[in-house]
Design a protein around this ligand. Sequence first.
Ligand code: ATP
Length: 373
Amino acid sequence: MSERATALELRALTKRFAGHVAVREVDLSVAPGELIVLLGPSGCGKTTTLRMIAGFLPASSGDILLNGNSVVGMPAYRRDIGIVFQSYALFPHLNVARNIRFGLEMRRMPSAQANARVMEMLRLVKLEHFADRLPRQLSGGQQQRVALARALAIHPRLLLLDEPLSNLDAALRQEMAREIRILQRDRGITAIVVTHDQSEAMAMADRLVVMRDGGVEQIGSQEDLYERPATPFVAGFIGHSNLLRGQLRNGTELLTEGNGRIALCGHYAGSGAACLAVRPESVRLAHPDAPDARATGTIVLATYLGAVLEYVVRMESGIDVIVRRPSQGDAAQGRMAGEPVGLIWDPAAERVYDDHDRPAPAAPQPQAVTAGG
Ligand code: ATP
C-alpha cells in the first residue's frame, strides 16, 4: 500500500443549511507544505468549507482527514490548526503580546520559551514596538498581522486563512501576500487560504480550487486554470474571457443571438448550444476584409489603460467583444471609436465548450485511406 502522504483530505464534504446546499461534495487532497487557495464569487461556499475544516461548523456529510485521520466530531481546539478568520477576532482586553501568547499558554509552553516565541512572531509581522498595545489601538491591517502571528505562534500543522489581507491597503497587501508565502514555504506549513481576489490567489497559491455554487469547478495550478480552463465559468473568472454563447453549426461556426456569425479556428464535433471563450489579450484587430477575420464589428470605445489599450468592439449582432492590446509598439495603437474592424485570434487561443460547459471535442479527422493491407 503506497498512498501519497496527504496533510488534509476532504471527501465529498457537504454542508446543507435548511435545505440549501452551501457546500456540495467537495473532494480535495492537499500535500504537506502545499498552499491551496479557495477562490470563487461571494456565496460560493469558501468560508463554509474552511469553517468545517476548522471544526467551527459540523459537516452535513462527507469526511475531513488530517494526516490520514478523520477529525469529524473532533472539537476545534484539538485539531491543532492555526486560524485567521474575520469572525475569530483578537481578544479585545489582551494586549498584542498576550494575544499571541494565548495559544502557547493553552498548550502549557514554559514561560521563557513562550516569551521567545512571542518576540519571534512580533518580529515576523513587524510589530515589535506594538507588544503592549490593545487591539483597539491598532489599525485594521495591524490587527490582521497580530491575528496571523497568533495563528503561527503555535506552529500549526495546518493554517487556515480567511481573507487574511482584506483590511490592508494595496501595497501592504502585496508585501504581506509575499511574506505569508515565504514563511509558509520556509516552515513547510500546509495552508488553505480563502479569497475572492483573483490576483492575490494567483500570487500565493501552489494550486487553486475554483468554487461555484457550493461545488468545485476546477482544481489546478495557475497555468492549468489560465491555459486550460475546464468550463466557461473558469475561463471568465481566472483572467477575463469574452464568453460568446450560440449554436455550433457544421462544427466550424458559432451562430449567436442577433444573427451573429463567428468563424471558428477549429473544427468541433457535435452541434447545438456551445460557448466560445477567447481572452481580450488574444484578440487582434485587423481590416474588416482580412481573410482570417473570425468576425467583424465596429469599435465603440477605445480606452488607454497604461500598459494596455482596451477596445470594445460591437459586432453587428449587438454583442460586444473586449480586445486588449499592449499600448507600446502595437499596430492597433491609435484606433478610434467608429472604426470598422475584423477580429483575429490564433487557434491556440480559442476555447469552445459544449452544451454541458465541457470542452467540445475536435471533430474526428477523415480517415486516411491506406493502400494495401
Ligand atoms: P464570501 O466570499 O461572500 O464570504 P463564501 O464563498 O465564503 O462567500 P459562504 O460564506 O461559505 O460563501 O456561504 C455559502 C452559502 O451558504 C451562501 O449562500 C450563504 O448565504 C450560506 N450560508 C453561510 N452560512 C450560513 C448559515 N449559518 N446559515 C444559513 N446559510 C448560510
